[in-house]
Design a protein around this ligand. Sequence first.
Ligand SMILES: Cc1ncc(COP(=O)(O)O)c(C=O)c1O
Length: 663
Amino acid sequence: MPQSSEERSVEPEPAPVAPTDARPAHKVDSLASLSSLGSLSSASSAGYGRQLSQISLSSVLSEYDVTGPGSADSEDESSDSGLELVAPSGQAAPLKRERSEQRVLQTGLEGTEETEQIPEVWEGQKAEKGEVNEEEKEWDDEEKKNDVGVKETIDEKAATAADTEPIQAAPTQSKRQLRQYNQETFEPAPRRVELLVNLAINVLKAVGNVKEYIAPPSNMEAGREDYTPLYRTDDFGGFHARNIFRRWQDCFCNPIDSAATNMVSLMERRFENKLSSRFTLTGESHSYINLGSYNYLGFGGLGPCADQAETATLRYGVGSAAARQEVGTQRLHMQLETLVAEFLGTEDAITFGMGFATNSTNIPSLVGPDCLVISDKMNHASIILGMRLSGAKIRVFAHNDMADLERQLITALTEGRRWRKVMIVVEGVYSMEGSIVLLPDVIRLKKKYGAYLYLDEAHSIGAVGATGRGVVEYYGCDPTDVDIMMGTFTKSFGAAGGYIGGSRALVDHLRAHSHSAAYALAMPPCVVQQVIASMEIILGRDGTDLGRRKIDTLARNSHYFRQRLRQMGFIVYGNDDSPVVPLMSFFVSKTAALYRRLKEHGVATAVIAYPATKLTEARARFCLSASHTRQQLDYVLSVVDKVGDELELKYSQQRPPPAEVVY
Ligand SMILES: Cc1ncc(COP(=O)(O)O)c(C=O)c1O
């Protein structure tokens, strides 16, 4: 059985496997980390299935409010005798801060026709028009079946309990039902495929078990025979690495030898010998169309931003040589933080040298053992680590499921425990599912129940919203409604590091209490300059409309690519506006074959599988970029179409989008 998501970690283990391709298969370097650091499901301790029918919501809403620490009504913080509740007549709950000046962001997207000129362009091949699934009757039947899952049903009992405001029940998580959020779809595999995938996984497990029964894996480490082994191999992760992962190890961790732009040079490698799982580099590199890197706006690689980064290096040196709290804060850091705050529409912002550490080291500065964190099931590993390090109680709600989130909030209010703070943690765009957070609903709930909101915009900042301001702009929300606006510079800005934006008080608190601010080296000046340069282009401060065109092109590329795949009959997860496009191949074997075949045709992408997904939900994931040309996309689509037919991957039973997909 797969591990629970909170226990996931990939530790590839050397194992004998021969490459199946004449050319050993490869994968973009950065992609390797995607499957291991990717959006793992959150840790959970409490079930979220508690029935709302037992809760009188109206009484919760009318009589109580939650208070945060330091409130005039706050009781002894060490006490946990019950929820800290304040009668409506009491002071305003400090968890709900007053709205500061409203900042209205533009949401209209003005399309432009021009596409950024990329020097290196593949000779595009005309994509064949995608084959349309003709079994209309079956679609209709399936759609009717799916309707049960699509339409959120009102839980009668909950509605009665809630009196005035019925709470919609969560869409069932049954695999047979289609879940739909906004225009997002998560079409399940057809039943036949589902059965076969499960069968295939069980066969792999059975073969592995027999093999390990006959020749048990050694837990001993050479030279340390009398030690308890340092490296764990006896859990499911170890079993998986030895018996499943090793079969397609060549599809991960391929080093690259160039900047990761719309093209990438992969270093060829082969297994050391037939019994080894270690690779040796052949010394050759080949160029591929790159749909694996997070280079949403095409700022990665060389160009004016990198030139400015070079200039900054010549002026300030490569490293910062100290932590921010010591002598590591340079003029550039302050400049960047002012710019980030302006970009986000927040009072202030603080930056950190690493996106991952921005979550893992700052969440513990905000919540502690007597706090509750309610986390989306698909939240990233860095968030999970941060939540765990904080010592807060962690509960998980089903991905993007607002009814489940509301249940968790009600439970937090009514279970008779005193939570010092309740914090909801969500992401903007989820990088494994290609879905987008239902931010307006999350904001509504956080206000209704007096919780804090932590939003990770690693994949949405720069990439969604009419002017690249992320999901807050995408939905036209007020940035001050998000208490902690976190994001990274690693995707849309082609750099490294992370930020947190919010109120001045929040940022002051982090400057003083964040482990990253106190003990980690400040962002290198060249990296800071890369972010400043790219953000200024997005803002149009370079005197051109390049930033705007990049944002438009990314949106157009993402829509086009996704719709074309759907039209071909593939199951594609997520939101139409997401630049992350997961193509569901379900089988490990087919996913590996897809990766290898694409590579043979000059296309590099990422494959995602356990532990980043369920064992039965392997997928290829395409990351779109503003730097992809239409020609490149058409070429890739024609290859995916062809390989999809060869491998019989066109599983969708839904009606495809109408005839022509317009670019
Ligand atoms: C949602 C999310 N948060 C944080 C991170 C970590 O950021 P970084 O890769 O910049 O360290 C990632 C990485 O992809 C992510 O997807």
